[in-house]
Write a protein that binds this ligand. Structure first.
Ligand code: BTN
Length: 434
């Protein structure tokens, strides 16, 4: 596989409507973003792409250099979205998600997204994204989305010492070179598809999907910016693209700019929304639950249709526990599942008039990981997470003595037995707001 890009094969079979239909290819350029800006200023249409085999002045975020030897893929797309200037930041999530999906689906790699604009494989950076814009007030004249992928690069040889431990390439991960033309087409096609969905359906859907890859969520992180460094628990990325942190002193903080690093990643247990179902099934096998015929399919359907939400507990990236939650109210347990009058009464009493709560079920942890304080860490995480989402409180049904003890210690109100799908469960409630 040659490091040289075959120009004739770049557009061959390219299934896009606009992206890459106009293509400016160079063997070498300063920065594809800079050239794309020049073309955009001269009126180049949306979807025009600048692609180079090598960059001599590749740029990264925060004015850093982007090492761009031959063998990598460096391209910039000119966009003219009808969005406000403050929304352009969302484009890096659009691109990050598109790249993550391609690396996952086409190359079968273990991909993660890292706030705000990195794509990692096995914890090391494989792709960077740089969005830049030209505006008149809030109006966006054009945006440039630059993508750099370490493809056929020998990191040990080509990268400076300080980056060797934190960068990787497709070649290093796969143990072989990849076709750059095919990679370019796959990325461009997915990028156009995700960009169009973003414009049509909005940011939230894309962000939710981006978060499925966001391994740092639920972990302890450090964010470094010009303003200094902040340490805390990464709770969420909100609909503006801001990172939601709980700082070490317990205060909440939204962060818009910065560099994120995971602190002592492997010693921490992380709590992450969602999980690929095959992996979750293996975890259920280890727990020895949902064994009856049809139970797993039913659970999967509930998760797919958004009736249940899954949080998995990862330790050293292995799933060791899980919890399931859903929105609820005093009238219905879940949508379409009405409560008995006496249960409504019991809940009203317990909730003191609040209505907007979530129910937490199945806080389950593998036997060998019990007794290490993970349960408490989970409750700490879950409470903050739900507070950041704006819910009034949490109702939790506890069976296990350890869970009962945690609820009591954390100040949950006890509410006696409430019926859930015909079974009487012992309920606890924690108000999240005054
Ligand atoms: C980062 O992670 O800091 C962002 C890196 C973005 C690199 C790409 S390569 C193509 C385009 N041209 C540039 O000069 N930068 C972007």
């Amino acid at each position: 596989m040659s490091a040289k890009i075959n120009v004739d094969r770049l557009q061959e079979g390219l299934c896009t409507k606009r992206f890459g239909r106009r293509l400016c290819f160079l063997r070498e350029v300063g920065s594809t973003n800079d050239l794309a800006k020049e073309l955009a200023a001269k009126g180049a249409v949306e979807g025009t792409v600048v692609l180079a085999e090598k960059q001599t002045a590749g740029r990264g975020r925060l004015d850093r250099e982007w090492i761009s030897p031959k063998g990598g893929l460096y391209f910039s797309v000119i966009l003219r979205p009808n969005i406000g200037a403050s929304e352009v930041v969302k484009l890096v999530f659009v691109a990050g998600f598109a790249v993550a999906e391609v690396l996952d689906e086409v190359y079968g790699l273990r991909v993660e997204t890292k706030w705000p604009n990195d794509v990692l494989v096995n914890g090391k950076k494989i792709c960077g994204i740089l969005s830049e814009m030209n505006t008149s007030g809030e109006k966006v004249n054009y945006a440039i989305l630059g993508v750099g992928v370490n493809a056929n690069i020998n990191i040990g040889k080509e990268f400076p010492e300080e980056l060797k431990a934190i960068a990787t390439s497709l070649e290093s991960e796969l143990g072989r070179k990849v076709g750059l033309e095919g990679l370019f087409r796959a990325l461009l096609e997915r990028l156009e598809e995700v960009y169009e969905r973003f414009l049509k359906e909005g940011f939230v859907l894309i962000l939710e999907k981006w978060k499925r890859y966001a391994g740092f969520l639920g972990g302890q992180v450090e964010v470094v910016s010009e303003a200094g460094s902040l340490c805390g628990l990464a709770l969420d990325v909100d609909d503006d693209g801001a990172l939601v942190l709980r700082l070490e002193d317990g205060a909440g903080k939204r962060v818009f700019v910065g560099d994120l690093s995971l602190r002592m990643k492997n010693e921490f247990i992380r709590f992450v929304e969602g999980c690929e179902f095959g992996e979750f099934k293996r975890h259920l096998d280890r727990l020895g639950v949902y064994k009856e015929e049809g139970e797993r399919e039913k659970l999967r359907a509930f998760l797919r249709n958004g009736l249940f939400n899954l949080i998995v507990w990862r330790k050293n990236d292995e799933v060791v526990g899980h919890a399931i939650w859903h929105e609820s109210n005093t009238e219905e347990h879940r949508e379409g599942d009405p409560r008995e009058e006496e249960d409504r009464e019991a809940l009203r009493k317990l909730l003191g008039g609040k209505e907007d709560f979530v129910e937490l079920h199945e806080v389950w942890l593998l036997e060998e990981h019990r007794g290490k304080g993970y349960g408490e860490k989970f409750f700490e995480f879950f409470e903050e997470y739900m507070r950041s989402k704006g819910y009034d409180g949490i109702v939790f049904y506890a069976h296990h003595p350890a869970a009962l003890a945690i609820c009591r210690k954390r100040g949950y109100r006890e509410g006696g037995f409430i019926h859930i799908e015909g079974v009487a469960e012992y309920g606890f409630y924690l108000p999240l707001r005054k």
